[in-house]
Design a protein around this ligand. Structure first.
Ligand code: FAD
Ligand code: EPU
Length: 345
């Protein structure tokens, strides 16, 4: 289905008023391939979108936007787990709700993350101590030029912190069409993060974790339906242990999270906050007052305003801490994705 309007404003949670040449909602893999091939045959760029909650449009997009709405949830079970095969265009949070309603626990820590199921593997979505990789069994992709479908195992997805093979080897010319999840029947609550530690592991239920996560998220993060934003704008920096130790000597209260490989993750929001940048504005773009890691569209922001603000934030933090933040959000230029670090350097 082709949309009569070509404004992308309702298709990106930053609510930026960029335009595309054409916007098409697609419900199956074959149509996705057809549309992609038609555009490429005339050298027109193509952009795949789920719900546009992790993109920043720098300019009008000079081609066709394909909105993935491949639907369907199929459930089977083994003695130890529920196995879900989910269409890439299903809404992630509705899936979380559905699984809890059915009595399949495991996704409760990932409640309220915007976007589609098919986008979740791309940056290995994570929140409140759980990442997608914990529950992902496989990802189905289609090679857009040939229509060839392929299943990648969880190991082949090469999941890392906000990273996967879908940002590298399978970034161009491939679309995610379905995701397989394995939810263990023997539920083990993950209560390590923030206020979840207050819950009693002996009596807690998946719904209680879900409610606590939704409450914390609603308190901290701006609702994109009200204030345009794309969640955390930057990734949390992961640095060498000795660099973290010298920062901790200067800032003993700095939040820090030791990683399995010996490196240390820092909280970019804390670094930005320490620089006193909450409320900093460039044009219509602003550092959020409650969560400094979130840049918001305070009204009529352009992509250029957000880039100028991100540049200023990066310079302040770099000058004060010698840590150079990298965007988590994907930057989309007139002809497709562009290097986000270079854009704000
Ligand atoms: P989009 O923004 O539509 O697309 C993202 C990228 O994937 C683009 O490059 C796009 O071209 C590509 N793409 C989209 N669909 C496909 C496909 N089917 N095949 C191949 N490529 C595709 N993220 C977290 O990890 N944790 C959080 O806690 C979190 N909280 C957030 C809170 C808010 C308020 C917001 C606005 C965002 C938050 N995010 C969070 C980021 C975002 O929700 C996730 O990155 C989400 O997975 C993006 O889904 P989407 O469908 O909107 O992707
Ligand atoms: N902090 C401040 N000031 C701020 C913001 C944060 O001091 O303005 C401090 C907090 O007090 C806390 C620490 O920084 O000690 C971390 O903050 P928070 O718990 O809010 O988490 P975050 O690191 O800012 C990450 C993810 C979120 C995810 C939450 C919960 C990244 C880039 N962001 O945020 O994901 O929801 O943890 O797990 O990893 C997203 O990716 O879009 C996203 C929202």
């Amino acid at each position: 289905m082709s949309c009569p309007h070509t404004s992308l404003k309702t298709w990106n949670t930053f609510q930026l008023d960029a335009r595309a040449k054409n916007i098409r909602i697609v419900h199956d893999a074959a149509t996705l391939c057809d549309c992609w091939q038609q555009s490429r045959a005339v050298n027109e760029p193509v952009l795949l979108l789920g719900e546009g909650s992790n993109v920043l449009f720098l300019k009008d997009f000079n081609g066709q936007v394909l909105i993935n709405r491949i639907s369907g949830i199929a459930v089977t079970e083994t003695a130890g787990a529920w196995l879900l095969h989910v269409g890439a265009g299903e809404n992630w949070h509705r899936l979380v709700d559905y699984t809890l309603d059915q009595g399949y626990p495991g996704l409760e820590n990932l409640a309220l993350i915007p976007g589609c199921v098919g986008s979740a593997p791309i940056q290995n979505i994570g929140a409140y101590g759980v990442e997608l990789k914990k529950v992902c069994e496989y990802v189905d992709i289609v090679h857009l030029p040939s229509g060839r479908e392929q299943r990648l195992t969880v190991d082949e997805c090469q999941f890392g912190y906000r990273d996967s093979v879908f940002k590298h080897q399978y970034r161009d010319e491939f679309a995610i069409i379905a995701v397989g999840l394995r939810l263990a029947k023997q539920w083990q609550p993950v209560l390590s993060y923030g206020d979840l530690a207050r819950l009693d592991p002996a009596t807690v239920t998946p719904r209680m974790v879900y409610d606590a996560v939704c409450h914390m998220r609603r308190c901290k993060l701006p609702d994109p339906a009200v204030t345009g934003n794309a969640g955390s704008f930057f990734k949390n920096p992961v640095i060498a242990a000795d660099a973290a130790a010298s920062l901790l000597a200067r800032f003993p209260h700095m939040p820090h999270y030791p990683q399995a490989d010996g490196q240390v993750k820092l909280a970019a929001g804390w670094l930005i906050d320490q620089c006193g940048l909450k409320g900093l504005q460039r044009g219509g773009a602003m550092v959020h007052h409650q969560q400094a890691l979130v840049l918001v569209n305070a009204g009529q922001a352009s992509g250029g305003d957000v880039v100028a603000l991100a540049h200023a934030v990066r310079q302040h933090v770099g000058t004060q801490f010698d840590i150079w933040l990298e965007p988590e959000v994907r930057f989309i230029d007139a002809d497709g994705e562009t290097d986000a670090i270079r854009a704000i350097a």
